[in-house]
Design a protein around this ligand. Sequence first.
Ligand code: SF4
Length: 289
Amino acid sequence: MSNNSKHLKKPEWLRIKMQGGENLNHVQKTLDKFGLTTVCHEASCPNRMECFNKSTATFMILGSVCTRGCSFCDIATGPGQTVDMLEPKHIADAVKALKLKYVVVTSVTRDDLPDGGAFHFADVIREIQKASPTASIEVLIPDFKGNRDALNTVIDAKPIIINHNIETVPRLYKAVRPQAKYEQSLELLRRVKETTDEIYTKSGMMVGLGETREEVLQSLRDLRDVECDFLTIGQYLAPTKDHHPVIEYVHPDVFEIYRKAAIKMGFKDAACGPLVRSSYKAHEMLETK
Ligand code: SF4
């Protein structure tokens, strides 16, 4: 795959000054104390200062090695690591210590585990609910290879939002997330709604991977067909030159077109912008419903 993103000049709307500050250090110290990993830190997310200041963080469970290898993702690929059975308690302790109001829990994909790690998601949710009953919990889950029982294990733990990203349009799956299936991801979101009306669903995409505007709009329609409630769309940024190239830096006006179209299609809320990530403004979204 020829990498032409190095020829693409990063536009001014993506040049941001990384914020630091006291709260960031406090949060990081607390996470280190409990030996926890956040996507915020792992992915050097540009929004983490803003999120931490709003008492929101995204924890990554089930280790830091993924059994898949998506071409856009910076996470290490290989055999899955031993599951830390103390992780649910440690996350609950950190949530309490940081007085987090909104907690997102995500993971690498663990195709090596019988239920893809669904039991561990459920344990984390229940431990947080016990320690911080007022905290809202969103889980950003893998596709569990379409395993319905695994999904029910997570549903039964009653998070407030089940998020599962479709990431891109179906035509690009082979190049971008070869071990996933577009229809399987939509089916997972549909099954949540089929099973309960107590949990919101959410999905997200990256743009700038070579998709057309019409393909993005079609994916939004596909998500609404499975009654997806919330949406995020952000700019794909290549972690390294060995990852999928950036084909386009999408203009903020185009993100606004997507956001307006999404609201018109019936999404309860949509965060669309160059720096938007899956958990960005997650708390605010919930407040809009
Ligand atoms: S499945 Fe998720 S964590 Fe694994 S490589 Fe793909 S995007 Fe990264």
